[in-house]
Design a protein around this ligand. Sequence first.
Ligand code: HEC
Ligand code: HEC
Ligand code: HEC
Ligand code: HEC
Length: 462
Amino acid sequence: MGAARASRVIGALCVTVAIAVSAFAVLAGRAAVAAPEPPAGHGVHEGVASCADSSCHSRQVDSGVTVRQNELITWQDPSSPAGAHSRAWRVLTEPRAQAIARKMGLGPAQSAKECLGCHSDPAPAALRGAKFHIEDGVGCEACHGGSSGWLASHRTVGGSHAANVAAGMRPLENPKERASLCLDCHFGGSKPGQFVTHQIMAAGHPRVSYELDLFSSLQQHWDVDADYVKRKAYAGGVKTWAVGQAMAVDRALSLYSEPGRGQGAFPEFYFFDCHSCHREIKDDPTARPKWQANPGRPIPSGQPPFNDENMIMLSAAAQAVSPSLAARFDADSKAFHAALARDKGESVRAAGRLASSARALSDAFAGHAFSRRETLAILDAVLTGEVSRRYTDYTGSAQAVMAADTLLNALVSSGQADRGAVDRIRPSLAAAYAQVREPNAYKPEAFRAALTEVAQAARSLK
Ligand code: HEC
Ligand code: HEC
Ligand code: HEC
Ligand code: HEC
């Protein structure tokens, strides 16, 4: 199964991010066959080569001035996650991708529209400039927006970020904007070729695992320094994490509700907990049931649960910021799970209400400055509260460890916790990561025990 890769990443996160975070520490084929109209202001994608002049973004070392100018080198890093986007198209030419495409009868993966929406820059044909190459994978403009409107002006003296954004640059410092972008490929989107169906998974695609703030750190090619904060609003790790969770819930429910997603008579399995179906059955009665009661999901056993990893995190974040929105969100999420066990149409209506609660939370987080006290309260809720009784399956548990990692990193980078104190929590965090490294070996009781250890170690921060 694709689990090996996802867990490899999760295993690697702890170490990589500990390094990445030190950067902040001092300071507070044809992708889209029938692509929809691009949003206004999105220009022509001029291609990675247009960014690569040595006086622009392809220096060998960090310039130490406004921006690093060695962004291209980071993006091209041959071995680390930071360089994954430059490899995104190339991996389609390799045996694993070829095998997936063969099983699905798609022809070569590197020109299959089912793959290119995420493994290359999905700019529609009309918005591809002379130097645009699909082979460049997820290039600069796949994230920063087509540059025809701002390529010349964004480097002039006296320019401003607002002027660049007005000319079509995407404001990725804004966590909602960033979350919406990353989710397109790291969860799925409505645009053509941006959804890993269960059929693609079954043909051999790795599981897609993701948390906005941690993944931002893993591909970080920028510094949040005094100059950055002056030019752009800096959201900080906790807000980025919280908005990322809310947007992920909204995205999953919106896609679930879209008509036409599904496999024949069945719903699209991608949205459900993989291991609820992919489990051994033993005739030994003492080995049954594997199913565990979950207070967040009022559904009978025998029903595949909707993957609720982000709902659990969102619930923890909501409690610290707005108890009334939290109560509404929790009621709506229970109602959604219950509706799934009853009726498709009812589940879609309940999904709409739940998505709207998630959007309200996303707005509330975006306008909120998270204090140290609130961050510690969220950490506590993730690790020990009522929410922790909902870690009955793999994905929610993996999301909980990533959350603890992100929240601790945010405390350090904002100067709200001592690095040494957080370092003393890391061994227990690493032990919790070990519990989610191999999805097929996941044991809820052992996982919850490991999380309790993290909680105990984290008490020293109070
Ligand atoms: C919704 C976006 C999306 C679509 C559609 C998609 N992928 Fe992926 N793919 C990803 C992401 C994201 C990863 C990285 C997963 C991770 O590590 O978190 C990935 C990883 C992979 C990998 C593993 C690469 C490696 O470095 O080991 C292969 C192979 C792959 N995809 C092939 C395909 C093929 C073939 C298709 C089309 C049939 C396809 N993908 C469609 C998003 C997508
Ligand atoms: C996967 C998405 C993604 C890709 C691909 C990407 N970036 Fe970025 N980039 C970001 C995000 C997110 C930020 C941080 C938010 C911000 O300030 O815009 C950022 C920040 C930057 C910054 C710092 C901006 C500042 O104000 O300090 C520069 C410069 C930059 N990117 C250039 C590039 C170049 C050049 C490439 C291609 C070689 C590239 N990026 C590829 C997502 C991406
Ligand atoms: C157009 C699609 C696309 C967008 C947008 C995108 N990614 Fe990716 N990303 C991918 C694919 C595909 C891979 C896997 C490539 C591979 O395996 O070589 C990937 C890999 C990564 C990895 C490496 C993970 C690993 O398994 O090693 C990180 C980290 C990452 N992306 C972060 C982000 C962040 C943060 C954003 C938003 C700012 C983002 N990505 C936006 C397609 C995308
Ligand atoms: C509702 C039940 C259900 C859910 C949920 C589900 N699957 Fe499946 N899966 C199936 C069935 C049924 C098959 C087909 C088994 C067969 O062909 O023998 C399958 C096949 C597969 C296969 C191919 C297995 C093989 O032996 O070749 C993989 C890999 C896979 N699923 C991964 C996933 C992942 C990853 C998820 C979660 C994102 C998931 N599945 C969620 C029911 C499910």
